[in-house]
Design a protein around this ligand. Structure first.
Ligand code: A2R
Length: 351
């Protein structure tokens, strides 16, 4: 369906750009930005079919007169989406030149540490070359028009720190042990290099684990929740498969992560790195127990060695005091609520 461009309104003023817009965090971020009345444009790579629904947003169709754009509409407002691969440097530059965003949330990535062992090269290309292409596209704009950029890195950059190094502050040594972690170290260092060499206003974050409704089942809690929901619906076995449950992780709800990103765009200091984390760590077992307690049918658990990584970090516990001091941010969601929402989203699939 072709629609008339009210979309012009989005493109004619200062917009916020979200890379990786169709991903887990991108959807939650767009919902938050659109609800605040901010004109938003997302980009994500071409290839797969566009999802007809993204949370509260519904795919409305191509936008007449604006090549390559589709529009998602929702009760709180709309956003435009361009299919653009970050690895296509010239295409990306042309799009950035056309959009001239005032803020760029750079989320696009191969985002799974586990998957990075099977595809280290693809992980590196996407996370490092994709970031270079984005920064070069932005640098080509007149410097008075440079947007503030948020580069999203990961706690996987820290790797194992040992007990005396906990909680992990931003100055901790970087000891990544997955291809993903190494790629995110490179992304964060590149961000700092662009600040130093060119004064591009980039704020870097290292985000610890986060979950919430809509996360991919490559990640532990959505994978458990989906199996539980399938068992409840009689569509799957009551014995669920799990990986290593002993790892301790510092978990946040994705909606709190989105709030932290937005706060940093307002109050954060370009050139700085910020941990985004809760400051507490639980085992994956504890989260699984919470999900099982919420189940309406009896669930048993079997360990599947295939689900364990070749190397894993025993504990990631972050220090969020820099983020809190600079922005006043504090998390709003209890982990129990988050996990109930993850399970509720999985149940919808089977209803
Ligand atoms: O791989 P796909 O087809 O699912 O698309 C992902 C997209 N993406 C790209 N977009 C443009 N050009 C590329 N070359 C490219 N490669 C991947 O980025 C996906 O739609 C999005 C990332 O979403 P998720 O995998 O769901 O990640 P999530 O959880 O939203 O994480 C956001 C950021 C990432 O930088 C993570 O490394 C960090 O937070 O934890």
């Amino acid at each position: 369906m072709l629609i008339q461009p009210e979309a012009d309104v989005i493109l004619s003023g200062p917009c916020n750009l979200v890379t990786g817009a169709l991903g887990f965090v991108g959807r939650h971020l767009l919902r938050s930005l659109v609800a605040a009345g901010i004109p938003c444009v997302g980009i994500d790579r071409p290839g797969r079919d566009l999802p007809p629904r993204l949370g509260l947003f519904v795919l409305d169709g191509q936008v007449e007169g604006i090549e390559g754009a589709v529009r998602y509409v929702g009760p709180l407002g709309d956003f435009l989406l361009f299919r653009q691969d970050l690895l296509d440097g010239p295409g990306l530059s042309a799009l950035i030149d056309r959009l001239r965003p005032v803020m760029v949330y750079h989320l696009a990535a191969q985002s799974s540490a586990g998957a990075s062992f099977a595809d280290p090269s693809g992980t590196f290309t996407t996370n490092v070359t994709g970031t270079v292409n984005l920064y070069e596209a932005i640098r080509a704009l007149p410097d008075v028009e440079w947007p503030i950029i948020l580069s999203v890195g990961s706690a996987e950059e820290y790797g194992p720190q040992g007990d005396p190094g906990l909680p992990i502050g931003e100055d901790a040594p970087l000891r990544p042990i997955s291809p993903y972690g190494v790629s995110k170290v490179a992304q964060t260092l590149l961000s700092q290099q662009y600040v130093t060499s060119w004064q591009l206003p980039i704020i870097a974050v290292r985000s610890f684990s986060h979950t919430g409704p809509g996360q991919d089942t490559r990640f532990a809690f959505p994978a458990f929740a989906r199996q539980i929901a399938a068992a409840e619906a009689g569509s799957g076995p009551s014995q669920i498969l799990v990986g290593d449950l002993t790892a301790r992780r510092d978990f946040l709800d994705v909606r709190d992560v989105v709030d932290a990103y937005r706060s940093l765009m307002k109050e954060g200091r370009p050139g700085e790195v910020y941990n985004v984390c809760s400051g507490t760590a639980d085992t994956i077992q504890q989260g699984l127990d919470t999900l099982i307690r919420c189940a309406t049918t009896k669930i048993s658990v079997r360990k599947d060695p295939e689900l364990c990584r070749p190397s894993d970090i025993p504990i990631l516990l972050g220090d969020n005091s820099k983020l809190v001091a600079d922005t006043g941010w504090s998390p709003q969601y209890e982990m129990k609520q988050t996990l109930e929402d993850v399970l509720a989203a999985s149940r919808e699939e089977f209803s």
